[in-house]
Design a protein around this ligand. Sequence first.
Ligand code: ADP
Ligand code: MG
Length: 355
Amino acid sequence: MKPSETSSNAMPPGRTEISSLGEFGLIDRIRQQFSLINPSSVLGIGDDAAVIDAGNGYQLVSTDMLIEGIHFDLSFTPLEHLGYKAVAVNVSDIAAMNGIPRQITVSLGLSNRFSVEAVDALYQGIAYACRDYGMDLVGGDTTAAPAGLLISVTVLGTVSAQQLVKRSGAQKGDILCVTGDLGGAYAGLQVLEREKITFAENPQAQPQLEAYDYVVQRQLKPKARTDMVHEFYERKIVPTAMIDVSDGLASEVLHLCRQSEVGLRVYEDKLPIDELTLRTADEFLVSAVTLAMNGGEDYELLFTLRQADFEQLKGHADIHPIGYVQDAELGAQLVIQNEQLVPIQAQGWNHFKAD
Ligand code: ADP
Ligand code: MG
C-alpha cells in the first residue's frame, strides 16, 4: 500500500507523538500494515510469542529488549542478575504459550564504560539462566553503543499444536488462575530505589536489604514459570488461554479479555500477595492491591481453565483461582469490599503513554 492509501492507519498530516497512541496502539498500528503470507506463519504479532509450523510441531519465537535507564539501573543491579533476568523475561513468554524454551540469541550494545570483566559477569548470569531453563545460547550480535548498555534476547521454544495456548481461547465459565504471588517485584524496586537515595546522601550507609530479601529477589532475579508448563503436561491439562504477568495483572487481564472476546471478573480478596509485599506496601504507604494490579515484572502466569480441569488443580499450593470468565459485555471487573464492582483499567508499564 502506498502511504497515501493508508486506510485505518490514516493520521492527520503533521507530526504525531507516539505517546498519543501508547505502546499497544503503536504495536497495533504496525500489525495492521502487515499480513502473513507464509502458510507456516501460524500466529504473528499480538501474543506472547509468534508461532511457526516447523512440520513436526510448532516453533515459538519471542524477543525482548532491556535498555539501561529504562529497564534497569546498574547502581543497584548486579550484572550477573541482569543477565539472568534478560533471559528469564524472554523464557516467561515461551511459558505463556505453554511451550518449552530451547535456544536463545543475545545481542549487546556496549558503550566504552563496560569492561571485559563486566561482559563476563553479564554472561555468567546468562549461563546460569541457560542451565536453569535447559537452553543453549546459539548466537547473537555485539556492537558499540554511544552510551549505556542494551541487551536484546530472542528465545526459541517448542510446543505441539495440541498444547499451544494463546491469549485467545478463554470461554465463559472458565476459572481464572494465577501462579505464585503478585506485586513483589514492584515492592522490591521501591526498596532498591530508596536505598539508592540513602546511599547518595550518605555513601557510608550500609544497604539495609536483608529484611526485604524476597521482594528484592523478585525484582532483581525473577524466575520464569516453566515448572508450571511441565506440571500442565504431566496432568494432561491445557489452559484455554494464557499470558505472563509482565506489565501488571490489570494490563494482562485486559489483553485476555480483548483477545478472547470475553469479560473477566477478578476478586480483590483472592489476589495472592506475599506477607513481605504487604508489609513493604504498608511501609511505602501504597496499597498492596495496586502493586499486584499495576506493579508489573512478576513474571507469573495468568491463565483460564475449564472447570473440570480446575478440579484437578484445586488446592495446589502455587496456583490461585482469582476469578472467572464472564460475558464480554460485562468487561473486566474487580470485586472489592462489599461485593462492589469496579472496572479494571491498565496502569502498568506502557512505556510511551503520557501520564
Ligand atoms: P510481551 O509483553 O509479552 O513481551 P509485548 O507487549 O512486548 O509482549 O508485544 C506484544 C506483541 O507485539 C508481540 O507479539 C510482539 O512480538 C509484538 N511487537 C512488539 N513490538 C513490535 C514491533 N516493533 N514490531 C513488530 N511486532 C512487535
Ligand atoms: Mg508476555
